[in-house]
Design a protein around this ligand. Structure first.
Ligand SMILES: *Cc1c(COP(=O)(O)O)cnc(C)c1O
Ligand code: SF4
Length: 362
């Protein structure tokens, strides 16, 4: 009723390229990458390009000084993506089995994912949904969206809806506004959470119309995916601010990635910048085992050691929860370093043990 089928079809078709034609476009093919000097030769990458989507928006392209720098690594395809490690899986976190209707993933009692589309501003080479995301995939039809919204309305235990995808901020403001209004009208939903990479990957896409589309009576949170301090440019900062000015608190999630942020120094710089932008770090993710992502893998023990080195060096406000999504659909659990030893003593940040006396502490 709020929009005509033909209108919304038009909307989603244009979801990927809404910038004026005079401004630079995203790089989307091997030929684009070669012309931009990001690859030398297309041939070794044909198989990768046939399997996985490519997009490098102008804001990210501008940050690449070397193809192996922390931005280049995240976005430039690599022949190693065709090598699948024995532990890697096309559905690394078991989402497919937990989908009652298309577009919904329901793992925890009180919250569900709503994935209205599988389009992203950038296609990260380590993406856990890399088998599914892409420029022409996964836009829910009118009918599928209606069924997904009805499923949410029919499950009163759902208190929180997490809009993800793909990237929900790649929707046209009109379709976004339709979805937010529908969620706003479901009484048992208290929280709408948006997971997006748009404010860092392509800040120019954040417009007044998009911000207007997010108006709601519910508690809304934006969780920003950002992995390296270089991504948080002045333009990204303005984009983040535009959400905050609308009363939307912004949190961040980061994937621990080899060559991108795998040191205490890199995470310290990232988290200092994040806090300065009044953003609260939420999760540090252990990399999910999607196919062809082994080059990014940092073992959990190393991740814990990096966090341990960070403890005490940055504000407690910056402290993320280090989580691993258990393969097979068992959910996310914290794997932060332990400070409590099995004998009941605690380690301080320098590794020294202290006995918690039974008299001093319960
Ligand atoms: C990650 C995830 C959530 C959100 O979990 P939080 O710990 O609340 O951030 C919800 N549902 C699914 C299926 C998820 O993968
Ligand atoms: S933005 Fe998120 S969903 Fe999209 S490719 Fe990157 S990691 Fe995957």
């Amino acid at each position: 009723m709020l929009f005509m089928p033909d209108g919304s079809c038009h909307d989603t078709k244009h979801a990927t390229e809404r910038r004026p034609s005079s401004t630079p476009r995203s790089l989307r093919s091997l030929a684009d990458l070669r012309r931009a000097g990001l690859i030398d030769d297309e041939a070794p990458l044909q198989a990768v390009a046939a399997q996985y989507a490519i997009a490098i928006p102008p804001a990210m392209q501008a940050l690449i000084t070397d193809r192996h720098d922390p931005i280049g690594l995240q976005v430039i395809p690599d022949p190693a993506e065709m090598i699948t490690a024995p532990y890697e899986n096309v559905d690394p976190i078991g989402d497919d089995a937990l989908s009652p209707v298309p577009g919904i993933v329901h793992r925890y009692p009180d919250r569900a994912l709503l994935k209205p589309l599988l389009i992203c501003p950038v296609y990260c080479r380590f993406c856990f949904r890399r088998e599914h995301v892409g420029p022409d995939g996964g836009v829910l039809s009118e009918e599928q969206l209606r069924i997904a919204l009805d499923w949410l309305a029919g499950h009163p235990q759902i208190r929180e809806v997490i809009l993800t995808g793909g990237d929900p901020l790649m929707l046209s403001p009109r379709r976004l506004s339709f979805i937010i209004n529908e969620l706003n009208n479901i009484p048992h939903i208290d929280i709408i959470r948006i997971h997006s990479r748009v404010p860092v990957a392509d800040p120019a896409l954040v417009t007044q119309a998009m911000l207007d589309a997010l108006e709601t009576d519910k508690a809304m949170f934006l969780v920003l995916h950002t992995n390296n301090v270089k991504e948080l440019t002045d333009l990204a900062a303005l984009s983040i601010q535009s959400f905050q000015r609308r009363g939307i608190p912004v949190l961040s999630q980061t994937v621990l990635l080899r060559g991108v942020n795998d040191s205490a120094e890199a995470l310290e710089a990232l988290y200092r910048r994040i806090l300065r932008l009044r953003v609260k770090p939420y999760y540090l993710h252990q990399l999910d085992a999607a196919p062809g992502t082994a080059r990014f893998r940092v073992p959990v023990e190393e991740g814990r050691a990096i966090l341990h080195a960070l403890r005490g060096r940055i504000s407690g406000l910056a402290w993320p929860t280090y989580v691993i999504d258990i393969p097979g659909g068992y959910g996310k659990v914290p794997v932060d370093p332990d400070y409590l030893e099995s004998d009941g003593s605690v380690r301080d940040i320098n590794g020294h043990r202290h006995i918690l006396s039974g008299e001093a502490l319960p």
